[in-house]
Design a protein around this ligand. Structure first.
Ligand code: BJ8
Length: 418
């Protein structure tokens, strides 16, 4: 299978050796009393390029469309409705950076560098399996990255309106969704109908509802699941089969809800509670959560695209026609508060609301190096959070381990003061 996919066997082998070692050191060894059902997610990491890749390859052989995506603004519902498979391809490690050297400037966001490295370096079987990629016009780095990736594999770009509160923004986004639908119909050989779209909306809602229930349990003190485990659940949801996710998430949620009822936690009651807000944390980026949770505090919520932004807001269906359903999709997706929009005051409101709901002691504003949009918002957010009486620590970092000791000092000092 690897040879057919064209994988770089050497580099891929190195990655497969390194990942379990890192996972054991971060997830298995330091954590106590994890929910039993996390065993599934441990297995998924151990088998990261195993069963799921075989499933995707088999589905492709059976004629199903496989699409790689990089952003929450690409609606999974459309791909699922057309019997396609959607795989999130954002990169969360600097392992692959060597492969994007020379095609990207040094000072670029690590997420983009990583994703391009995995793709161009032929290390990611999901990328190699994809029929095509769907990019989007969110940040400048991504926009230009599509031009580079496009030389290796077809990239279809969805153009997002950047002033999303304007009335014409919705019309523009709907037109973009319709163009995307035409592309997906052609690639899949299937036709979007009100029936298959409604079924896909219901399936994705079921997955989001379970993630929402999981997050609800994190409002409890003691918290029944670590931030690291909750983050892993969200990271895997981006590429695993939605039906399997619904089944396994259902079991996990029942277990952690029972823990809340019994007052059982992974840490002692009264442990300091942290909300992390900012750029997404693609697998295997566990850096900040690991530092926080080995410094005497718990991450109880993430206002990120690998956190609340992933599941908040429902597709409110108000009619049976395809047009009404597409409009409902546009409404839900334009409600996501990413820093690539201007203005983006909804994010500020979200963080302050979440800080209250999760009863946090402090907020870490997390930004990946060279992510201008989130870095600029962090300056304003720091002031707003302080005005609201919420302790805040801004952190800008990348995927390397070089600054870990320094970050640990800063985070420990922050936790002591809150
Ligand atoms: S909706 S956060 S997934 S764009 S970190 S690549 S913004 S320079 S990932 Fe994102 Fe969609 Fe927004 Fe979410 Fe650019 Fe920043 Fe890098 Fe980023």
């Amino acid at each position: 299978m690897w040879t057919d996919l064209g994988i770089d066997l050497d580099k891929h082998g190195q990655l497969m050796e390194a990942l379990p070692v890192g996972f054991k050191a971060i997830y298995v060894d330091p954590q106590q009393n994890r929910p039993q059902n996390m065993g599934f997610w441990d297995f998924v990491v151990g088998d990261i390029h195993g069963i799921r890749v075989s499933e995707v390859v088999k589905a492709k052989e059976e004629g199903r469309m496989v699409v790689g995506t990089f952003c929450l603004y690409v609606p999974d519902e459309l791909i699922v409705a057309l019997n396609g498979i959607s795989i999130g391809l954002c990169g969360g490690t600097n392992f692959s950076d060597y492969a994007s050297e020379g095609v990207l400037p040094v000072n670029i966001c690590p997420l983009i560098k990583s994703a391009l490295g995995f793709s161009l370096g032929k290390i990611c079987p999901y990328y190699l399996s994809a029929d095509f990629l769907i990019g989007e016009t969110t940040c400048d780095g991504k926009k230009k990255a599509w031009e580079i990736l496009g030389k290796d594999k077809e990239v279809y770009v969805v153009e997002l309106p950047h002033c999303k509160d304007r009335p014409q923004a919705k019309a523009h986004f709907i037109a973009e969704l319709k163009a995307l639908i035409a592309k997906l119909e052609k690639a899949s050989g299937n036709k979007l109908t009100p029936a298959n779209l409604k079924a896909a909306i219901a399936k994705i809602k079921e997955k989001r509802d379970l993630l929402r229930r999981l997050y609800e349990t994190r409002k409890a003190d003691p918290v029944p699941i670590s931030g690291k485990d909750a983050l892993l659940v969200s990271q895997v949801a981006f590429y695993d089969d939605p039906d399997r996710q619904i089944q396994m998430l259902g079991k996990l949620v029942e277990e952690v809800e029972a823990r809340v009822e019994n007052g059982e936690g992974v840490v002692e009651r009264g442990t300091k509670r942290i909300l992390v807000s900012g750029t997404p944390m693609a697998i295997p980026n566990w850096k900040i959560h690991h530092i926080v949770e080995t410094s005497g505090a718990s991450v109880v919520c993430e206002e990120t695209c690998t956190g609340t932004r992933y599941f908040s807001g429902d597709v409110e269906v108000k009619g049976d026609s395809l047009d009404k359903l597409i409009e409902a999709l546009a409404n839900r997706y334009l409600g996501i508060n990413c820093a690539c929009f201007t203005p983006n005051t909804g994010r500020e409101e979200d963080i302050i609301r979440l800080a209250g709901e999760y009863n946090v002691n402090g907020v870490i504003l997390y930004t990946l190096n060279n992510c201008t949009n989130y870095e600029i918002e962090a300056v304003t957010l720091e002031k707003k959070l302080k005005e609201a009486g919420i302790p805040v620590l801004p952190i800008t970092t990348d995927y390397s381990s070089e600054d870990e000791a320094q970050l640990k000092n800063r985070i420990e000092a922050f936790i002591e003061t809150i």
